[in-house]
Ligand binder design. Structure first.
Ligand code: SF4
Length: 267
């Protein structure tokens, strides 16, 4: 499934509330530094000249949409942007790949903050990212401007991370990811997709006792303000994947909740 435009929604997101989505990647292909086995956009495809929207195009699209939604809103509701009978909770950067790959990501986030403040000051700005671009100072600066940094860690064991996320850089390690995530000193949401399956003869399972021990250890090390765990929900490019049952997801969340960590389970 690919998003055919810069903006999509607003939609009711099971994890974020009423969300206006922003896609900074091409509309005809996925562009990502991972190629996750569960990616709802499908497998990476070769793209010779990816057409990304310009900073101006993103700003204009957001300006028109937020202005339209604002003018169509119920004036008696204290100028809240109302859609789907609920206020807009969040402007979410996600879409057809990794949003931080956009070369003007920092400028786009600065524009979005200004437009949010103008039209819907109560809405949050969230970015779903796989963290691979955190070696760039401009990306870290941009993410710090956002309200929610939702950053992926699908396994705390490198071989499993490589099996699930299939990083384009095959030498990427969990240690490198943890070092980058620690830049936010816990001020982020750690996001993990739990799943089982099989890929080219290798078993995938990030719910084994060994996996969970390493993952809990990583959570302790990173002390994120929130942990978001979820299961596959739509069609995936790898067809052997299975959804983890809700009771197992709650079992995974329990030790963190006992420590007072805010855990969202989407199952
Ligand atoms: S990081 Fe996100 S966009 Fe990239 S392959 Fe994984 S699920 Fe898809």
């Amino acid at each position: 499934m690919l998003f055919p435009s810069i903006l999509y929604g607003p939609i009711h997101s099971r994890r974020l509330g009423v969300s206006l989505g922003v896609n900074l990647m091409p509309t005809n292909a996925k562009l990502c530094t991972f190629d996750c086995v569960y990616c709802e956009c499908g497998w990476n495809q070769p793209v010779s000249h990816p057409q990304l929207p310009t900073r101006e195009q993103v700003r204009d699209a957001l300006n028109s949409q937020l202005s339209y939604m604002s003018s169509a809103s119920d004036r008696s509701s204290a100028c809240e942007i109302r859609t789907l009978n609920s206020p807009l909770d969040v402007i979410t950067f996600s879409g057809n790949g990794e949003p931080t790959l956009h070369p003007d990501f920092l400028g786009i986030i600065q524009d979005t903050c200004a437009l949010r403040d103008q039209y819907c000051p109560k809405a949050k700005i969230s970015v779903l990212s796989n963290s691979t671009q955190l070696f760039r100072e401009d990306i870290v600066e941009a993410l710090r401007l956002c309200d929610n940094r939702i950053l992926k860690l699908d396994s705390a064991i490198t071989s499993t991370m490589r099996l699930i996320d299939k990083p384009v850089n095959p030498s990427l390690t969990v240690e490198q990811i943890l070092e980058r995530l620690s830049l936010f000193d816990g001020d982020f949401t750690l996001q993990t997709c739990f799943l089982t399956g099989e890929y080219e003869g290798e078993l995938i399972d990030n719910t084994t006792p060994e996996e969970l021990a390493a993952w809990y250890h990583a959570v302790d090390y990173l002390h994120p303000k929130q942990v978001m765990i979820y299961v596959i929900d739509r069609a995936t490019p790898l067809k052997t994947l299975s959804k983890i049952p809700l009771d197992k997801m709650n079992e995974i969340a329990a030790p963190l909740r006992e420590k007072g960590i805010d855990v969202i389970v989407s199952a």
